[in-house]
Design a protein around this ligand. Structure first.
Ligand SMILES: [Zn+2]
Length: 199
C-alpha cells in the first residue's frame, strides 16, 4: 500500500537530503503535515530563497546574496592575507573566531584522484588570478581539512603559489588528523591559525 501521492512526493523530497533514509523521511513528512500552515509556508519560502537568491562570490567563491560578497567588499579587512578553505561553511567557522580579519577563498572541495577531482574542478584558477591582480597579498593560509586529500591540496597550492614570492602557510596540527574544520570549536581553530607554519 502507498501513502496518498502528496505524502509520497514529500517523502521522496526529504530523501534527496544527505543522511536521510526512508524512515526519517516518512517521519518528517508526517510531521510536516501536522505543522502550522504558516510555518510550512515560511519553510518552503526559505528553501526557494536559499536556492534562488544565493550564488557564489565571483572573487572568493563564498556563498552570497550580493556580488562581490560582504567580506570581499569590506575595505577594513586585512588585504594582506587570504585564508583558503574547502567549503563556504568553513568561512563562517573561521570568521566566528573574531581573530582572523583577512580575506577568504573557497575551493569547493579538495583534490581527489580517487574521485577523479583535479585542480580544474576546484576554484583554484580564480585564486591564482586573484594573487596576480592583487599585489597586497603577502600570505596564503591553507586551511583545508587534516585529511590526506586536504594535505595534498595544500602541497599543490604551495607549489603553485610560492614562486610568486607569497608566503604559504598551513594550519597548526591542533586539529586532529582526519578531522573536519566543521566540527572544530572556535578555540581550536584560533590556535590552529595562530600556530600556522610555512610550507
Ligand atoms: Zn567574496
Amino acid at each position: 500500500m502507498q501513502y496518498p501521492a502528496p505524502i509520497e512526493k514529500l517523502i521522496d523530497s526529504y530523501m534527496k537530503l544527505p543522511g536521510i533514509g526512508s524512515k526519517t523521511a516518512t517521519r518528517l513528512a508526517f510531521y510536516t503535515i501536522d505543522m502550522d500552515k504558516s510555518d510550512v509556508k515560511a519553510f518552503s519560502d526559505s528553501l526557494i530563497d536559499a536556492s534562488t537568491k544565493l550564488h557564489y562570490c565571483s572573487i572568493c567563491g563564498n556563498i552570497t546574496e550580493q556580488d562581490p560578497c560582504e567580506i570581499c567588499s569590506d575595505p577594513t579587512r586585512d588585504q594582506k592575507s587570504i585564508l583558503v578553505v574547502e567549503q563556504p561553511k568553513d568561512v563562517m567557522s573561521f570568521d566566528r573566531t573574531n581573530e582572523y580579519h583577512g580575506l577568504y577563498h573557497v575551493l569547493h572541495g579538495v583534490l581527489s584522484p580517487i574521485e577523479g577531482r583535479g585542480p580544474e574542478d576546484l576554484n583554484i584558477e580564480s585564486l591564482i588570478k586573484r594573487l596576480q591582480n592583487n599585489t597586497a597579498v603577502h600570505e596564503v593560509i591553507v586551511a583545508t581539512n587534516a585529511t590526506p586529500e586536504g594535505e595534498a591540496t595544500a602541497q599543490y597550492l604551495a607549489r603553485l603559489i610560492k614562486p610568486a614570492q607569497i608566503k604559504v602557510t598551513r594550519l597548526a596540527h591542533g586539529l586532529a588528523v582526519g578531522s573536519d574544520i566543521e566540527y572544530a570549536d572556535e578555540m581550536t581553530l584560533l590556535k590552529a591559525v595562530e600556530g600556522r607554519t610555512e610550507i
